[in-house]
Design a protein around this ligand. Structure first.
Ligand code: 13P
Length: 245
């Protein structure tokens, strides 16, 4: 299982110490095979990497600029710069970035640039509440996946994260049946584009220590992308413990 901490626009150098207790947990046999990835803000990536480079946790960024090369883009960070921090992963297509103007086409460019740098992509998709109410979730997911992955071949370096937008930061989680149905649809849509084995689909949206066990029991889920609850080491560890028997 993957447990990815998306710190969003939070954190300072002291926050980094929180990873110590997670590293300790990973030393216990039961938790040895899980994959922990911290995605702090850009400003903390290098410090995070330097401190934990000899541990079994990885780091990733939360976004990148679509342009692959260096260039005149004030205030922007591209995949090359992210790679230079020691990051191995990169979140792309998060709804908060889609909300800021990232279209499926821009997301496709970002994914391509990340893969070119051999970074692993955590590709976020998900419908808004309005889309869910209009009953067009499948249509939206299909569009996000097909345009987002256009002309991409290296699917094995992509981890999918299903994050219903209405579930992010709201305390709301989809009903079990609805979640399974959407996860199955996502898998089928990916398989129509490439018959890769071992597709990994994570769930994100209000994951917390109280709902982690039930969510982790769903076979279609290979892990969690966690926002708010990942800022507190105890909650993050509780989520891991509840998810792994
Ligand atoms: P919350 O866990 O705070 O709902 O955020 C989910 C998310 O957006 C992770 O990327």
């Amino acid at each position: 299982m993957y447990f990815i901490a998306n710190w969003k626009m939070h954190g300072n150098a002291r926050y980094i110490e929180k990873a110590n207790s997670v590293i300790k947990l990973l030393k216990i046999r039961k938790y040895k095979n899980i994959k922990i990835i911290y995605c702090p803000p850009y400003t903390l990536l290098k410090t995070f990497f330097d401190k934990y480079k000899n541990s079994n946790i990885s780091i990733g960024s939360q976004n990148c600029h679509p342009y692959s090369d260096f260039g005149p883009f004030t205030g922007s960070i591209n995949s090359k710069l992210i790679k230079s921090t020691g990051s191995k992963y990169i979140i792309i297509g998060h709804s908060e970035n889609r909300n800021d103007g990232d279209t499926n086409i821009i997301i496709n460019k970002k994914i391509k640039s990340a893969l070119r740098e051999n970074l692993k992509v955590i590709f976020c998709i998900g419908e808004t509440l309005t889309e869910k109410k209009k009953n067009i979730t499948n249509k939206i997911l299909k569009k996000q996946i097909s345009i987002g992955l256009k002309k991409i071949k290296k699917f094995q370096n992509i981890i999918f994260a299903y994050e219903p937008v209405w579930s992010i930061g709201t305390g709301l989680v989809p009903k079990r049946n609805e979640l399974i149905k959407n996860l199955k649809f996502i898998r089928k849509t990916i398989l129509n584009l490439s018959n890769i084995k071992n597709i990994k689909i994570l769930y994100g949206g209000s994951v917390n220590p109280n709902n982690a066990k039930k969510l982790a029991e769903i076979n279609e889920i290979s892990g969690f992308l966690i926002g708010g609850a990942s800022l507190n080491a105890k909650n993050f560890i509780d989520i891991i413990k509840k998810s792994i028997n």
